[in-house]
Ligand binder design. Structure first.
Ligand code: FAD
Length: 468
C-alpha cells in the first residue's frame, strides 16, 4: 500500500523532498501556511514590480544542479541563469573598495594595485581553498556525514581545516585586512563574526572564480516556482493556506498532523521544512533531546529589508556592501537591473536595501526599534550614489518576516557557527520520533537555496530507506 507523507512547508527543502518522494511512489501532501510555494525564496510584487523576498545570488550552481537532477529536472532547461561578472564591492570608511569579479586574475590584479604583494597571496588562497572544497564536496550530498566520512578520497587531510574558524583560515592567508573583510562578507551578512564562522565559508571566493555567481533571468523566485509546478505535475497535492499546528505521535511514532483549522491529516511520515519550529512548536515533547538543543542554538535574524524602485544608471557591481565599522553591522544594496536590464519599467528599476541584524539585538529592539533601524539605513547616502530618485514600495523587519513566513523566534534558522557544524546540524531523521524527518536550512551546513534543495533530497532518501 502507498505510504502517506505530509511535507510541512513548501520552502526549497520541502519542495525537493515532496517531489523526490512522489517520484519514488509515495502519496505526498504539502501543507503550506502561505498562499504560495517558495518560503523565503519566493517573490513579492509591489506596484507591478517583482522582487525576490530574501535571496539575491546563487553561489553554488553545482549543488543546485545536483538537487534538480535528483528530482528529475535539468536546471538549465528550466531556468536561464545569468552569470555575474562584477559580483560585489565592499566599501569601508577610509579604505579603498574591495572588488570581487568572477575572474580571479582580474580580482587579484586590482588588489595588487591597492595592496602590493596581495595578488600572489590571493591566487594562492583561492587555489588552496578550491582544492579543499573539491575534495570535501561529496560530503555535501550525504545525510549527516560524520568523522568516518573523512576517510575516503584522502579527505582526512582536511580534518584540521574543518576544525578551524573562518577567521583563523583568513588570518593564515596573510592577505591585507580590507581584503580579509571583503572575503568574509558572507559571514557578516549572516550577522556573525569570522571567529565564530566555520572554515568552509572560505570556499566562497574559489566558488566565485571556478563556477561563477548567477542570478536567474526571472529572479531567484523562479526556482521554487519551477519545483512547485513539477511537483504538482507529478501528483503532489498542495494544501495552501494550511498551517500545521501539531505533529501527533503515538507510541513513539508519528501518526497525524493537525492544522490550525482543526483538520487532521493521518500520515505514515512527516517531512518538516520548518526548522527549529518543528521541535519548539509542532511537537509536544517538553523533554525531547532536539527540543533542548534547539533552545540553546544561536539563531540568525532575517534582518531588515526595503523593496525599492530607483532611477539611475545600473552600473556594476551587482551587490554593494558597506562595512561601517565598530559595532555597526554591514548593509547591502542589491540592483538586479545590473544583471537583468529588462527588469526596468519606464525609468524605474527594482532594487533592495538589506540590513542584516544580530538576532538577540533585534529581539531586544522589538518591532518599533527594528523599523527605526530600517529608516536609518534608508536615510544613509552611500547607497544613493548614482541614483537620482527612489521610492520605497515595501518594508520588512524581523517581526514582519516572522509573521509572514511563520518563523519561530523571529529567526530564519540557526546560525551555522563552527561549533554547530562540528556538533552536527539538526538531523534529517529525527532522533526523537520515528517517522519524523527534517529538511531545510536548519539541517544543512549552509543556508543557501542550493543547500536547502539538497537537504530535501537527503531527507526524502531517509524516508525511502526506512519504508523500503
Ligand atoms: C534576507 C535574506 C537573504 C538571503 N539571501 C540568500 C542568497 O542570496 N542566496 C541564497 O542561496 N540564500 C539566501 N537566503 C537564504 C535562503 O533564502 C533560505 O535559507 C532558504 O530559502 C530556506 O529554505 P527552507 O527550505 O529552509 O525553508 P523556508 O524558506 O523557511 O520555507 C519554509 C516554509 O514553511 C512554511 N511553514 C512554516 N511553518 C509552517 C507550518 N506550521 N505549517 C505550514 N507551513 C509552514 C513557510 O510558510 C514557508 O513557506 C536568504 C534569506 C533571507 C531571509
Amino acid at each position: 500500500m502507498k505510504k502517506n507523507v505530509a511535507v510541512i512547508g513548501a520552502g526549497m527543502g520541502g519542495l525537493t523532498a515532496a517531489l523526490r518522494l512522489r517520484r519514488q511512489g509515495f502519496r505526498v501532501q504539502v501543507l503550506e501556511a502561505r498562499a504560495e510555494a517558495g518560503g523565503l525564496a519566493s517573490g513579492n510584487v509591489y506596484e507591478g514590480f517583482s522582487f525576490d523576498a530574501g535571496p539575491y545570488i546563487l553561489l553554488d550552481r553545482p549543488g543546485l544542479e545536483w538537487a534538480f537532477r535528483s528530482v528529475g529536472l535539468e536546471l538549465g532547461e528550466h531556468i536561464e541563469l545569468r552569470a555575474i561578472d562584477h559580483v560585489y564591492g565592499v566599501d569601508a570608511p577610509g579604505r579603498p573598495t574591495v572588488n570581487i569579479y568572477s575572474n580571479d586574475a582580474k580580482t587579484a590584479a586590482e588588489m595588487e594595485r591597492e595592496w602590493p604583494g596581495s595578488e600572489e597571496l590571493y591566487l594562492r588562497f583561492v587555489r588552496q581553498t578550491g582544492a579543499i572544497e573539491a575534495s570535501l564536496r561529496p560530503l555535501l550530498y550525504g545525510s549527516a556525514p560524520g568523522p568516518m566520512s573523512l576517510l575516503g578520497g584522502g579527505r582526512w587531510r582536511h580534518a584540521r581545516f574543518l576544525l578551524r574558524s573562518l577567521g583563523s583560515v583568513l588570518r593564515a592567508s596573510r592577505l591585507p585586512q580590507p581584503v580579509v573583510d571583503g572575503l568574509s562578507i558572507w559571514t557578516h551578512v549572516a550577522g556573525q563574526r569570522p571567529e565564530e564562522a566555520p572554515s568552509p565559508l572560505a570556499f566562497v571566493p574559489a566558488l566565485v572564480h571556478s563556477v561563477g555567481c548567477f542570478y536567474p533571468k526571472d529572479g531567484i523566485r523562479a526556482l521554487p516556482a519551477v519545483l512547485a509546478e513539477a511537483a504538482a505535475g507529478a501528483g503532489v497535492e498542495f494544501r495552501y493556506g494550511t498551517k500545521a499546528k501539531r505533529i501527533v505521535a503515538d507510541g513513539g511514532r508519528v501518526k497525524a498532523v493537525e492544522s490550525t483549522e482543526g483538520e487532521s491529516f493521518p500520515v505514515d511520515a512527516v517531512v518538516s521544512d520548518c526548522g527549529i519550529a518543528t521541535y519548539l512548536e509542532l511537537l509536544d515533547q517538553k523533554e525531547g533531546v532536539s527540543r533542548k538543543r534547539c533552545e540553546k542554538l544561536l539563531l540568525q535574524s532575517p534582518g531588515v529589508c526595503a523593496y525599492l524602485v530607483v532611477k539611475g544608471k545600473m552600473e556594476p557591481p551587482y551587490l554593494r556592501f558597506l562595512l561601517p565599522g565598530g559595532e555597526e553591522r554591514t548593509r547591502l544594496f542589491i540592483r538586479p537591473g545590473v544583471v537583468n536590464p529588462e527588469e526596468k519599467n519606464g525609468e524605474w528599476y527594482p532594487a533592495r536595501l538589506l540590513g542584516p541584524m544580530d538576532h538577540a539585538k533585534a529581539q531586544r529592539m522589538g518591532p518599533r526599534g527594528q523599523a527605526d533601524y530600517l529608516e536609518k539605513l534608508l536615510e544613509e547616502r552611500w547607497w544613493q550614489e548614482g541614483i537620482s530618485d527612489y521610492r520605497v514600495l515595501g518594508r520588512r523587519t524581523p517581526a514582519n518576516w516572522a509573521s509572514e513566513y511563520s518563523l519561530a523566534r523571529d529567526s530564519m534558522n540557526p546560525v551555522m557557527t563552527a561549533k554547530f557544524m562540528r556538533e552536527g546540524r539538526l538531523a534529517h531523521r529525527s532522533p526523537d520520533l520515528r517517522g519524523l524527518y527534517l529538511a531545510g536550512s536548519a539541517t544543512h551546513p549552509g543556508q543557501w537555496v542550493s543547500f536547502c534543495a539538497i537537504s530535501g533530497v537527503l531527507a526524502a532518501d531517509c524516508v525511502r530507506k526506512d519504508f523500503a
